[in-house]
Design a protein around this ligand. Structure first.
Ligand SMILES: Nc1nc2c(ncn2[C@@H]2O[C@H](COP(=O)(O)OP(=O)(O)OP(=O)(O)O)[C@@H](O)[C@H]2O)c(=O)[nH]1
Ligand SMILES: [Mg+2]
Length: 475
């Protein structure tokens, strides 16, 4: 009906039949699609969703990454340009190819917005420099690659043994190698390949230019050999510290560089040099004022939740905490201090029992080590000894650091009272503060003791740094 209105005349019977057949075809086609599509699409999409959910669960424990190996590549230099000035009534203009731009540098920067090395990946390269252009236009420098890492990241350059090349693997065709080296170094004017053969009584300008570049290579090799290469080993322990990991390669020369009194139209330019490639190990060592250490289930995370703004997972099974957690304790006068909670340590952790002891790197730099001991346990003084021996196994002398013992679960009065007296006797000169993290008892006293100590240590730190600076200036 609609069609008959459109063409403004009644439809002929053949036209009606045609319309019906079209409708039928359309109908069948849609049904076919309906039948096929779910079978084609759904298995992959459902699998994809399942895969996502399953891996999400698995990934939970792996979200915090505090050690990575990273290969940094400086950007390659841009190529020089071969071009000549062109102008009306000027038959042969001078060469005017621009130099290539420098490759970008790889820069590492500490940032207080970052908390993990998870997004680092295994390598990164800065951008290549822009090629030179005609009209004497030099290429722009390649963009730097700035890698942001958390404050407290230690950057160490590492060297891998170079693979020895088997003499049998080396290609024998020296001519082909030389040709390849030439290809990697030179850019030629379109449709001109410099002649390698020396013609009697004529200078070979390309040979001359090659010699100039060989001299430059020789000089660069000599400089690399004689200059003391500083091996990077830096601790980015303050926000916004920057360090250049790799520099980009220099840009190639445009053809005016090879202009001599004899050769007025050099038809070659050089390619940019390769950027530096270096390997690094990045290790994140959290910087917190206070580091909590304790056996699993001692109540470290509950304590952190009670004194700070952090909400770490707490549960009554061992190894609830799988990666370090840093919380900030806020005082009414806006004073702040940071507390790091780490996974539980057990006897033999230095032999990789439990979760091992690598995570101790996150309390290694704490100003105060706080042992969290479960007072309701059978022998809390033994727990203290286990913790101390594991800390010593990780880094000898670590237990000499200023320490404090927190006797947690003091609400379980029946056992806690006796245990506290014995623990204090065994701990000798380390003060013990009984608290109940779950019921938030004695927390105020604890936070004020922590603040007093941290304040004193911060002042000492500033004094020490000032002295070091003064000594440096005197020298
Ligand atoms: N009664 C009592 N129970 C507590 C106290 N503090 C913590 N707990 C309980 O002890 C259990 C372990 O607490 P967590 O804070 O997860 O212990 P953790 O030391 O962080 O354990 P890991 O992360 O496995 O090393 C939880 O069930 C807490 O509710 C306390 O002061 N009194
Ligand atoms: Mg915990």
């Amino acid at each position: 009906m609609f069609l008959s209105k459109l063409i403004q005349r009644p439809l002929a019977s053949s036209e009606v039949r045609l319309l019906w057949s079209c409708r039928a075809t359309f109908h069948t086609t849609t049904r076919c699609l309906d039948q096929d599509q779910p079978q084609k699409r759904s298995p992959s999409s459902v699998n994809y969703k399942l895969r996502g959910k399953a891996s999400q669960k698995k990934r939970i424990g792996r979200q915090f990454i505090d050690f990575v190996r990273f290969t940094a590549r400086g950007g390659d230099g841009g190529d020089g340009c071969v071009s000549f000035h062109r102008e009306k009534y000027l038959a042969k203009g001078p060469p005017n190819g621009g130099n290539g731009g420098r490759g970008g540098n790889v820069i590492i920067k500490s940032s207080s917005d970052e908390t993990t090395l998870r997004y680092m990946g295994s390598g990164g390269s800065a951008k290549r420099g822009q090629n030179g252009l005609g009209g004497g236009r030099h290429g722009m420098m390649g963009e730097n690659l700035v890698i942001r890492v958390p404050v407290g990241t230690v950057v160490r350059q590492v060297f891998r043994d170079k693979k020895e090349v088997d003499p049998e693997d080396e290609p024998e065709d020296e001519e082909a190698l030389a040709q390849q080296a030439r290809e990697n170094r030179w850019v030629y004017f379109p449709r001109t390949e410099p002649n390698q053969t020396v013609i009697e009584g004529k200078k070979n300008f390309f040979r001359q230019a090659e010699r100039v570049m060989d001299e430059e290579d020789k000089y660069l090799r000599w400089r690399a050999r004689t200059e003391q290469q500083t091996v990077i080993d830096v601790d980015l322990n303050e926000p916004d510290q920057e360090l250049v990991l790799c520099t980009g390669g220099s840009g190639g020369y445009g053809n005016p560089y090879f202009l001599t009194t004899d050769n007025r139209s050099p038809k070659f330019a050089t390619r940019g040099r390769k950027g530096e490639i270096r390997e690094f190990e990045l290790e994140l060592k959290t910087i917190a004022d206070i580091g909590l250490v304790g056996l699993p289930n001692a109540g470290k995370s509950t304590l952190l939740g009670a004194i700070s703004n952090a909400h770490p997972k707490q549960a009554s099974y061992a190894f609830t905490t799988l990666h370090p957690f840093v919380g900030t304790v806020d005082y009414v006068d806006d004073y702040q201090l940071t507390v790091a909670d780490i996974p539980g340590l057990i006897q033999g952790a230095h032999r990789n029992v439990g979760l091992g002891h690598a995570f101790l790197r996150h309390v290694e730099r704490a100003k105060i080590l706080v042992y969290v001991i479960d007072l309701s346990g059978e022998t809390p003084w033994e727990d203290l000894k286990v913790l101390q021996s594991e800390l010593e196994a990780y880094r000898p002398g670590l237990t000499k650091r200023q320490s404090l013992i927190i006797g947690n679960k003091a609400d379980r009065v029946t056992t806690a009272r006796e245990n506290l007296t014995r623990l204090q006797a065994e701990a000798k000169d380390i003060p013990v503060i009984p608290v109940s993290a779950r019921y938030e008892k004695n927390i105020l006293k604890l936070t004020s003791v922590l603040r007093k100590e941290v304040e004193r240590l911060r002042v000492e730190d500033i004094e020490r740094k000032r002295k070091e600076l003064e000594d440096d200036e005197d020298m």
